[in-house]
Ligand binder design. Sequence first.
Ligand SMILES: [Zn+2]
Length: 82
Amino acid sequence: MSKQEKKHTCPENWYKDAEIRYEKINRGEWGWVLDQWQIATEHDIEDGYPGEIGSPMCSHTLLISHCPFCGENLTKIEANTW
Ligand SMILES: [Zn+2]
């Protein structure tokens, strides 16, 4: 069965710019990641950020096994849904 991207919609995650996803992390491996990014705001442009409002300034992706917000074991979710 081919793998597909998934998202853990977390009731404890109230950040708009953070997501927990199951995705391809390199050529052959898949994993759960915490993806967090920062979008340029009006203030960032005023402060001299060379971009447009709404454009991503930076992002971080971290491999995780448990949800950092609710503590759910994500590797279990994986097993249950396949
Ligand atoms: Zn969660």
